[in-house]
Structures are given as C-alpha cells and as structure tokens.
Ligand binder design. Sequence first.
Ligand code: UD1
Length: 342
Amino acid sequence: MKILITGGAGYIGSHTIIEIIQNTDWEVVSIDNYSNSSEGTYDRIKEITGKEVQYYNIDLRDLSKTAKVFEDNPDIKGIIHFAAFKAVGESVEKPLMYYDNNINSLNNILKCQAKFNVPSLIFSSSCSVYGNVEELPVTENSKLSKSESPYAYTKQIGEVMVNDFINVNKGLKAISLRYFNPVGAHVTGLNGELSNAAPNNLVPFITQTAIGKLKQLTVFGDDYETRDGTCIRDYVHVSDIANAHVLALGVLIDGNAKKEHDIINLGTGNGVTVLEAINAFEKVSGEQLNYHIGARREGDVESIYANNEKAKNILNWTSEKNLDDMMLSAWKWEKYLKKNNF
Ligand code: UD1
C-alpha cells in the first residue's frame, strides 16, 4: 500500500515520511515543487532511515500531471496533503499567490481523491483558523473568528472544502489536523526546517541568531497580560506532529474513524512565553542569546494553546518531547546546517 505525501520535501512532510518509514509498512510517494524546500531533503531522509523515497517534482496546480501520479501508482490508498504556502506576513502582502496555490492545490488533490477512489485523506490545517480566541485552552468547538490573514483564511476555506467534498463522496474519509506551533528538528539533528526565505518564526530566529547568521533577536513586546509580559504559544515538536499524522491515517485506514471528516487539534496543551522559550534554548545550548525587547508585532494574539483531549481520545496521541527537546534538536540542526555550508 502506498501513501501520497504532498510537500514531502518540506518541514513537516519530511518528518512525517521519516515516521512512516520507521513505524509502518506503508510505501511513500512524495510530490513537491521545491517552492520552499529542495530535493536534497530526500538524501537526508535516506541518511536517517536508510530508504530511498519515490518522488515527483510537480506543481499540484497542474491537474493532469498530478492525476498522472495516481495513474502510475494505483496502489495509493491514503493522502497526506501538506503542500501549501505558510508565511503569514507574506500572505498579507501577496494574497492572490496564497489563494492560487493553497486553494487550487487542494482542489486538485480532492478531484484526484474522488477520481481514483482513494479512501483516506489527512489535511494540514492550523490553529490560525481560530483567529483571536475568546477562551483558553482552545477546543475544536471553539468559535472560528474572522481570519487574521489570507494564509489563515486558506486554511479555513480548506477545511470547508474537505468537509463539503467528503459529505457528497460516500466511502471517502478525512481528518483535518490543526497544528499549533510546530518547532524543533529530528532528534539526530540531520533534518529540520530549511526555508528558502529568511525566517519569521521564533525558533529558527533564535537558532540563527545564536549561530551568528542574524545579529539580534527582537522579542515582540513584553507588555502583554501574561506571566512575564510576552506572548504565550503552544510549541510542539515536529516529530510529535509527524507521528500524529501516522496515527490519524492509521485510524482512517483501519476503519476506526467515528466521523467521515473529523477535525483535531495538535498541541501539547502547555502555553510557553517567548522568554521561557529563550531561557530553554540558552539552558540546553549553553549559548547566551543576543536579544532585546521591541515593539509588539502587528497581528499577534496574546495567548493561544490547545486543549488536546480529542487527539488523546481519537488518535491515542500525546506529545512526547518537551521544550528542552525542541530547542536542543533545533540547535543541533542549525549546527548541522553551518557545518555543511547551507
Ligand atoms: C504563526 C501563525 C501560525 C503558523 C505558525 C507556525 C499567526 C496568527 N499564526 O504563529 O498559523 O502555524 O506561525 O508557522 O500568524 N516572536 C518574537 N520574535 C521573533 C519571532 C517571533 O518575539 O523574531 C514571538 C511572536 O510574537 C510570537 C511567538 O514568538 O509570540 C511565536 O511566533 P511565530 O513563531 O512567528 O509563530 P505564531 O505567530 O504564533
């Protein structure tokens, strides 16, 4: 049985491929167009797992090329759809680029799921669908506020598309996973996030500052109503996130899904402040981080963290790695990148 991973050369996609190879007997077929990744990811996957991945360089907006992958691999029985643009700020600057890529790619994946009768789909969603939250921790039933960015809106629309599609395609099932803040790298330090652009997320910013690629980290505001004044997020190790995909697909494949389309939060349930994240990094790395307190970043929410009961109940998933593990693995990866001249 084959599983199609879209965005398999990307950050969460590549970690999911590693978990699939190491924990299941599923074969992986990957599609990526390297818009924010590179072919070299497959070498790193091989270094960690010893296995070659079958892969295609395809833009999912091209329906005929996408369909050809299904024609060539009739034993694809599940899809994990990661491929999408994900930078919030960029999506505000270039909204049509986000609507074009994120919506049309999903549209084509759903068309192929129906045409080739692939029973199971996992869709990458995000906690950004909640917008500004009114209650904490956030449950899957929390109200979805107006999205704060085109990126977040593509995830809201994506969930609705999957839902409407599954409603009328009997026999097909899906789970949408809403990630909180995936961070860290593979425990070996041999695979991690390798964006083509400068980072705007906290952890790569921390490690790139510590290694000297960036001069200084700005903490975006310390006047929030939190325990130390900095924003609270639910950071979750990327390998834990990856593992949740394996469990979710397993639930669908084994026929254990209670709903045709379910939606599940992936977070640790623990809120961490920016300063706590920095302190954890300094502790595990032994490095003194050059940072200062700056102004608030526009669009940031004060606090958000997950209620993860549903993931426990339905997927039997909880995160295994703690904040120190996240920071240590991210630091190992940053040092690997330096050693290998990335
Ligand atoms: C954002 C997206 C989310 C996406 C996630 C991971 C929104 C509303 N959410 O989350 O959808 O899944 O990225 O890709 O945009 N910070 C600093 N200095 C920095 C960078 C960040 O202080 O240089 C702070 C931020 O203010 C925030 C925290 O670190 O409090 C985390 O920021 P970031 O990693 O960018 O993630 P989010 O904004 O939470």
